[in-house]
Design a protein around this ligand. Structure first.
Ligand code: GSH
Length: 231
């Protein structure tokens, strides 16, 4: 179909789940082609010059980058907004999105999930334990100390659920999948906040899908994803 939305990228990626969650919360139908970036062909390079996922495709129109896609989806489907109406809250939501995608991407996702799951499973390379240790013992505590001061007792970072929460929750989830555990006695507000986020139906569904794909062969992924969204 001409107007059908396809998200290219495996739901195991937090950046992909971010845009899938946005589509699901907004009630927009979509398909997902579970591309693994490291296995992309020339066509993938054409639509994603940095060879990263996600990429959105609607007919001949393609758009890379989760933040750019999120803003496009907000403008195209303004119902159920995920950027707050208040200008300051909206700016803060963008800050948390940027903080997650950039800082947590470099200091949480890359050193933990990439080292412990992608390198040994996809790239057949050994995990660099020094990188993992630094992330767990130095960088992650700083992230959690910061978030502990920012998250509210109830609700979300900028009032209602926003793109900032979705971005943070997505990347933190991949840390759990890299056998990292959150010390809830040291960071109780973050633990409660993530618990609320992961109970959001769209986020819970996508996390379940990604969990069912972990440890399976990339060859099986299209069938797993197809079956999941058909159900
Ligand atoms: N800023 C990009 C980051 C996307 C990103 O880094 N995706 C990872 C997968 S989790 C990727 O494609 N990595 C492949 C690579 O860097 O070669 C976005 O928000 O979409």
């Amino acid at each position: 179909m001409k107007d059908e939305i396809t998200i290219i990228g495996t739901p195991i990626s937090p950046y992909v789940r971010k845009v899938l969650a946005i589509l699901d919360i907004k009630g927009v139908p979509f398909r997902c082609h579970p591309q693994i970036p490291f296995l992309g062909d020339d066509d993938f390079t054409r639509i994603s010059p940095l060879r990263r996922i996600p990429v959105l495709r609607i007919g001949d129109f393609t758009l890379p980058d989760s933040t750019v896609i999120a803003q496009f989806l907000e403008e195209k489907f303004p119902e159920t907004p995920l950027y707050p109406g208040d200008i300051e809250a909206r700016a803060r939501a963008r800050w948390f999105e940027e903080y997650a995608d950039d800082h947590l991407g470099r200091n949480v996702l890359f050193p933990l999930f990439f080292q412990r799951r992608v390198r040994p499973v996809v790239l057949k390379e050994p995990t660099d334990e020094a990188i993992v240790d630094k992330a767990i013992n130095e960088d992650m505590p700083k992230v959690l100390d910061y978030l502990e001061t920012e998250v509210p007792d109830d609700g979300y970072l900028c009032g209602t659920l926003s793109v900032g929460d979705i971005a943070i929750g997505s990347i933190m989830r991949n840390a759990f999948w890299a056998d990292w555990a959150l010390d809830a006695s040291r960071w109780p507000r973050v633990a409660a906040y993530l618990g609320r986020l992961y109970s959001e139906p769209a986020i819970a569904r996508l996390n379940k899908l990604a969990e069912s794909m972990l440890g399976t062969s990339p060859k099986e992924h299209p069938a797993i994803v197809e079956k999941y969204f058909a159900a």
